[in-house]
Design a protein around this ligand. Structure first.
Ligand SMILES: [Zn+2]
Length: 294
């Protein structure tokens, strides 16, 4: 797993730079949240922790302490610029050489962001910022437009722009950190190659016919009966066996039964569902469990 720490700049009592009707802290949170969602939803070997997920005040020390304690592989700080300019730039720590791994990652991310963000390219830069200096891992800070520039500000108010900026960062991170897309094809390949296949008794049928089944099951719904107190669930990136079960279980009896849209089938009777609390997870719901699929 590649651990990516995403740090939306400012927050809470610190709004950061401000423009007409917009504060930096809100734009950085939107971009960072999209980055997290894309990484977690689309990549099988990426895991994300954020310095804040709401409008909280978090000091710079707290941010780097959090990333260091977690043992992040990469630190991405997302900011918005101000002070009478326009365009995009990004920073790594100023003591790093152009041959450093961090500089290489910066160039890769920079290239991908510039493709999609519709901003003037102000180049790759270095600075002695706290988050770049005090973080123990490769770290980069991006400055996504100037909030005091009318043109840049208009873009920041557009959800499509937020999405494109996030997508650029994600594409760059994926290339630089060798993230693998979570697709049915790669999942099938991975599982087929893994030893745990034996334990799970995947049917002898070809993987291609199996992929088709997964596609067909997309519109189906999974019902967990109220008679069940708890139901084990598994993270997407692990085989659905007992030792990999998440500490949190679903509680059908508590809610008078639970219902989820089925997003895919990874193993026979093992489905991908979207939960409110835990995001996408795998669940075993064979006929003998009392679960209903409609
Ligand atoms: Zn800032």
């Amino acid at each position: 797993m590649v651990k990516i720490f995403v740090d939306p700049g400012h927050g809470g009592s610190d709004p950061g730079a401000t423009g007409t009707g917009l504060a930096e802290k809100d734009v950085t949170l939107k971009i960072a949240t999209r980055i997290r969602d894309m990484l977690e939803d689309e990549y099988e070997n990426a895991t994300v922790k954020m310095s804040r997920t709401g409008d909280q005040t978090v000091s710079l020390e707290e941010r780097t302490d959090m990333a260091n304690a977690w043992g992040a592989d990469f630190y991405l700080a997302v900011h918005i610029n101000s002070g009478g300019g326009t365009g995009y730039e990004d920073y790594i720590h100023d003591l790093l050489s152009n041959n450093s791994r961090t500089a290489e990652i910066q160039r890769t991310i920079h290239k991908e962001v510039i493709k999609l963000n519709d901003l003037i390219d102000r180049g790759i830069k270095k600075a002695n910022y706290h988050v770049l200096r005090e973080s123990n891992m490769d770290a980069m800070l991006s400055e996504n437009g100037f909030i005091d520039n009318t043109n840049d500000l208009a873009k920041m108010k557009d959800p499509d722009w937020i999405n494109n900026v996030a997508r650029g960062h994600v594409n760059g991170l994926a290339k630089a950190l060798n993230l693998h897309k979570l697709t049915k094809t790669t999942k099938t390949t991975t599982k087929t190659a893994s030893d745990s296949k034996k334990a799970l008794q995947r049917p002898a049928s070809s993987s291609s016919s199996y992929t088709k089944e997964s596609t067909d099951s997309k519109k189906k719904t999974l019902f967990l009966p109220a008679s069940a107190d708890s139901w084990r669930i598994y993270p997407l990136n692990k085989d659905p066996i007992k030792k990999n079960a998440l500490p949190d279980q679903l509680r059908p009896s508590k809610y008078g039964g639970l219902q989820y849209e089925i997003l895919g089938e990874t193993w026979p009777n093992v489905y991908i569902i979207q939960t409110k609390q835990l995001g996408k997870v795998q669940i075993y719901a064979g006929p003998e469990t009392g679960a209903e699929i409609k």
